[in-house]
Design a protein around this ligand. Sequence first.
Ligand SMILES: Nc1ncnc2c1ncn2[C@@H]1O[C@H](COP(=O)(O)OP(=O)(O)OP(=O)(O)O)[C@@H](O)[C@H]1O
Length: 255
Amino acid sequence: MNLNVEHLCVSFSEANIVRDVSLRVNNKQFVGLIGPNGCGKSTLLKSIYKVIKPRQGDVYLSELDVIKSSPRKVAQKLGVVGQFNELSFDFTVREMVAMGRTPHKGMLETDNQEDDSIVTAALHKVNLDTYAGRSYNSLSGGEKQRVILARVLAQQPEFMILDEPTNHLDIKYQLQILNIVKRLDIGILAALHDLTLAAQYCDYLYVMKEGQVAASGKPEDILTKELIGEVFDVACETYRNPVTGALGIAYLETR
Ligand SMILES: Nc1ncnc2c1ncn2[C@@H]1O[C@H](COP(=O)(O)OP(=O)(O)OP(=O)(O)O)[C@@H](O)[C@H]1O
């Protein structure tokens, strides 16, 4: 399933936060969205996954018109790992993950054996098998993040949007989450802050600045010291990591 965003504009009162953004994610492509704090990444993602109504523009998941379709219809195809995962009511970890099955169920339909095994497999995938009975609100930020990913895995989406999915996570779980997501082999659009991880995992990047796409391309083509300097206002040098061969970025000082 691919994602097509065309000329999207989002405004709050007089402020134009997302300004004429168009982007595309092909099926099975892992696309990163990078840019400084406040440039509009979350607002753009929220307007794609229907939390914010854009002032103008179109969003299509393959043939599905996301803006005109019901949330339920979209949730059958699109999984979202958002930025803040606090809850007012408490649920167990297993109940949270089981919610991922909701878009696939009828109004009065309860979970069946297949749903239960999907939930168990999702918990296992994020190493939370032994947490199933724990209260969600008692978990650490990183554990909550993994529960949310498990819920999205249980949803079995055909496309996934992630907003800073590695927030709160130590390096092991940062890599685990990105590996899990990458191996799903579906289209992914993820806002990421760590440019080295973005270079390592993403097939393609969109760079946002002040609500607009400032650059796009393959990580090795666009993550130059000039672009990083211009967009993030830091001095750096890029290099090939001698161990992994991946793109490395050495930050020198704030300009
Ligand atoms: N509901 C709102 N009303 C008014 N302004 C808002 C609203 N939501 C976001 N903004 C503003 O829009 C701008 C973009 O915010 P957004 O959260 O999209 O940035 P971001 O690129 O995701 O930042 P970060 O990297 O810090 O998460 C910010 O200046 C923010 O204060």
